[in-house]
Design a protein around this ligand. Structure first.
Ligand code: 3H9
Length: 697
């Protein structure tokens, strides 16, 4: 038998091996192969039991995700799993690596399961916008009960072998590392014990609480924030109360409903983009070592980056200006671990030991001499940055990489004040830096390829999503953010309440609205940024931030002053609107001579999306982002963009570029400077193309 599935026999036990690297995904050829192998097993009079294994690193990790959205190809995975279960002789799945999604469904089709101790199993389909569609929603609750099945399927979490054994998902654990031998030994024992075929479909689902499914549906709806398949997972699991044949038909209907929804396409786009984003021109260069990192500045950012590095196993030298600042920096680092200690994830002693081993504190730049990478996280002005870079250039060893954590500033200008611009890059972390997953890797005109590759290596080590960005004001994320924040401000001046805008944006799927975000970040940041750009602002552009300046003057800076757009009395993290806001905005409109008009939430979102898409198209068109998918990943991992919409570029494709361009042209009549259409957007519409076409180019 050729192809990705082979049938062989070891004495009286058949071995069915799935070999489809890298993760043994269950594409058509594999499904064909399993069907043929099961037929061979049934026909093989000398085979008393069969063991299914995955070659290489894992048991199948799921259906082949790249087949989604294409016409279905027989045999369906459901029929493959049914075929395994219907075999007249016992079939054992011997699991190692990650048996996920369809991979676990194949194992659940088998009559018995043995897992390596290090194996993980799970049904992560929820993260791809679908439901387990090959019997997973029907067999899992039969094996482990409805409650555990709902928890496992709606979270999509990976379950370790020991827990899987406890739950009843697997029957035995082996520690030998040899899946074939373990499977054969299990099969022999089964035969010796007189045990044989045991079909999960013959079991009944146990539910202790009759109202369980209604409660589970409400909980899933509350958690879903617009993502539709969570509730559908519960609906499908409820169908396990039916006879299996009927349940499987219902599961298929629900699977198809989810599969055909744009949310599936968006979530699959996010899955592949999360991996593709690291495929940059410099990826082939060899990264430099990253054993010791220097971090200049122990404020919120510096302390967050320090914690991220330590968590990645990298030693850190943190430098501050004087002993007092060093002590504050250390306290900031410790604060990042406070909840880990209180929640029992580590003891105080473990924390102290880890920091003793991994963190060196100093008030002298000389301590940075041996660092492989030095990241400055100091005050965000060009003068200060240049001063710091001149100093570290004089101290850093040859080959050390010098990085700035700037969010806006010109990396080339910073690099120019060193004698080694090829070793300089931007590493833009997002606050809190030990938690937020985005890392913008800003590549200057002279940055060497291996320096960029080291940036991506750092992202990998820190389990972050590194996104390559070119040099411009705000790089990818903040540059686009600047535009949709501005359009939100314009809408406020023109008549929309900031509260309605926040509500509309939350309903779109963001965790918080733009004005809540301003309150969270501190309105002084935007104010200082505007003042910093006073001399260079395009005089043709509408200002739009007068009411924000008034708020700054009033000391309404957001959460840090307990009052901003919202009232955070007593240090609360959320609160009712600040009653002073609307009169202040009305006064601002009067001063500007604006007669306010009504906005619907739909119109708010139209403008928000138009501004975001237009600027993102400029960012891609100018080569600041390599591809639209880089914008999408920056938005998902740094700005709270709803994953189930895939990112602003994926969403724009879904809405239709022609319709967004039509909106932009309509808004352009009001303000030709702000709404000048992006040349790339115009070109794509003229050519009848989508942003997605540029991802594969
Ligand atoms: C499903 O099963 C539906 C069924 O219920 C019903 C159907 C009717 N397909 O992540 P990595 C690629 S839905 C195609 O870098 P790791 C991946 O893109 C599926 N390709 O490795 C990458 O390609 P490249 C449910 C896949 O070691 C390469 O393999 N299953 C698939 O960090 C290596 O991947 C899941 O959702 C796939 N299923 O992590 C599991 N999986 O090298 C999805 C991976 O070109 N997979 N690729 O960039 C994972 O979670 C991780 O890949 C895994 C390995 C944990 C397995």
């Amino acid at each position: 038998m050729s192809g990705p599935v082979t049938y062989s026999r070891d004495g009286n036990i058949a071995v069915i091996t799935i070999d489809n690297p890298p993760v043994n995904a269950l594409g058509k050829a594999v499904r064909d192969g399993i069907v043929a192998a099961i037929a061979s097993f049934e026909a093989d009079a000398d085979a008393e039991a069969a063991v299914i294994v995955g070659a290489g690193r894992t048991f199948p990790a799921g259906a082949d995700i790249s087949e989604f959205g294409k016409p279905p190809m027989a045999p369906s995975l459901t029929s493959v799993c049914n075929g395994i279960e219907n075999a007249a002789k016992p079939v054992i799945a011997s699991i190692h690596g990650t048996s996920l999604g369809g991979g676990l469904e194949v194992a659940l089709g088998a009559h018995w399961r043995i897992a390596q101790k290090t194996a993980k199993v799970g049904l992560p389909e929820v993260h791809l916008g679908i439901i387990p569609g090959a019997g997973g929603t029907q067999r899992t609750p039969r094996l482990i009960g409805a409650e555990a099945a709902v928890e496992m399927i709606t979270t999509g979490r990976h379950v370790g072998a020991a827990e899987a054994l406890k739950l009843g998902l697997v029957d035995a654990i082996d520690d030998s590392g040899d899946v074939v031998a373990a499977g054969i030994a299990f099969a022999q024992k089964l035969l010796a014990d007189g045990k044989g075929v045991r079909r999960t479909s013959d079991m009944e689902v146990s539910v202790s609480d009759p109202a369980f499914f209604d409660k589970a549906r409400s909980a899933a709806a509350a958690k879903s924030k617009g993502q539709m398949n969570l509730v559908q997972c519960v609906n499908a699991i409820e169908c396990a109360k039916l006879p299996i044949a009927e349940g499987l038909v219902k599961e298929r209907e629900i699977f198809t409903l989810c599969h055909d929804d744009p949310q599936r396409a968006a979530l699959v786009h996010a899955f592949f983009s999360e991996r593709a984003v690291a495929k940059v021109p410099e990826a082939k260069a060899t990264p430099r070592p990253l054993n010791l990192i220097g971090i200049i500045g122990g404020g919120t950012m510096g302390a967050g980056i320090t914690a991220a590095a330590i968590n990645a196993g990298i030693s850190v030298v943190m430098v501050e200006m004087n002993p007092e600042a060093v002590a504050r920096g250390e306290a900031n680092v410790r604060r990042n671990y406070a909840s880990s200690v209180t929640k029992g994830r580590m003891t105080q002693d473990q924390l102290d030991a880890m920091l003793t081993a991994k963190l060196t504190l100093s008030d002298s730049y000389d301590a940075l001499a041996d660092c492989d990478l030095i990241i400055e996280a100091v005050f965000e002005t060009m003068e200060v940055k240049k001063e710091v870079f001149a100093k570290i250039d004089a101290i850093a060893k040859p080959g050390a990489i010098l990085a700035s954590n700037t969010s806006y500033l010109d990396i080339d200008a910073i690099a120019a004040c060193t004698k080694r611009p090829e070793d300089v890059l931007g590493l833009h972390f997002f606050s809190p830096a030990h938690i937020m997953r985005l890392l913008e890797i800003v590549v200057g005109a002279k940055t060497a390829p291996e320096v960029v590759a080291t940036g991506f290596q750092l992202a990998r080590m820190m389990k972050k999503i590194g996104v390559r960005a070119g040099v411009c004001d705000g790089f990818i994320g903040n540059r686009i953010l600047g535009k949709y924040m501005t359009v939100a401000n314009y809408m406020v001046e023109d008549g929309a309440s900031p509260y309605l805008i926040d509500e509309a944006v939350r309903e779109f799927g963001y965790p918080i609205g733009p004005f809540q975000m301003g309150d969270l970040a501190g309105l002084d940041i935007g104010f200082l940024n505007r003042r910093g750009k006073e001399g260079t602002r395009n005089p043709n552009l509408r200002y739009g931030a007068g009411f924000l300046d008034t708020m700054y003057g009033n000391g309404w800076l957001g959460q840090k002053t307990d009052i901003g757009f919202y009232d955070y009395a007593g240090g609360a993290r959320s609160g009712p609107p600040n009653p002073g806001i609307m009169p202040m905005i009305e006064a601002a409109r009067e001063t500007l001579g604006i007669t306010p008009r009504a906005f619907t939430k739909a119109e708010i979102i139209r403008r928000y999306i138009a501004a975001m898409t237009n600027e993102a198209a400029k960012v891609v068109g100018e080569g600041i982002a390599l591809r639209p998918l880089d914008v999408d990943m920056a938005s998902l991992f740094g700005y709270g963009y709803p994953r189930w919409r895939g990112g602003p570029m994926q969403h724009a494709d879904e809405v239709g570029l022609a319709s967004i361009l039509a909106d932009i042209r309509e808004f352009e009549k009001e303000d030709e400077h702000f709404w000048a259409p992006a040349p790339l957007l115009v070109k794509l519409v003229e050519e009848g193309k989508k942003f997605g076409d540029l991802n594969n180019a």
